[in-house]
Design a protein. Structure first.
Length: 137
């Protein structure tokens, strides 16, 4: 039994770069009660499993808070793979102190991977939904 014939791209047809802050670099004093590095790591791993189960060809890319180191990490992934979609996690975008980091990532992605589409989640749990907005399953 093969995949249904459709003109809409399937999740596995587009390689996805899933960028998020490494759980070890976050300040958990600002997080809701009960969220610590172990909890966040488990949530990220569950989200990555959900991506695979949904058929997405996603490459996790956990980055540092340093814009230079984060850019180097993302550049390495861009050299190794051709991505059609990049998801940038909420912790990168939603905390004001990460504005420069977010700007650098957006500029890097649009310059180094022309035509790449960007999408954004708000939590690890809504990553599949964020990707599906741009890729119809």
């Amino acid at each position: 039994m093969g995949r249904p014939k459709t003109s809409a791209p399937m999740p596995g047809d587009t390689k996805v770069l899933s960028i998020g802050l490494h759980p070890s670099v976050l300040d958990y004093s600002r997080m809701p009660d009960g969220v610590d590095e172990a909890v966040l790591t488990a949530r990220i791993e569950a989200a990555n499993s959900a991506l695979r189960e949904a058929g997405f060809d996603a490459v996790p890319c956990l980055i540092d808070l340093s814009p230079d180191r984060a850019e180097a990490t993302v550049r390495k992934q861009l050299r190794e793979h051709a991505f059609g979609l990049a998801m940038i996690g909420g912790a990168v975008r939603m905390l004001p102190e990460h504005t420069l980091l977010f700007e650098r990532l957006v500029n890097l992605l649009t310059e180094a991977a022309p035509g790449i589409r960007l999408c954004f989640n708000t939590t690890p749990e809504d990553t599949v939904e964020a990707l599906r907005r741009w890729i119809q399953a």
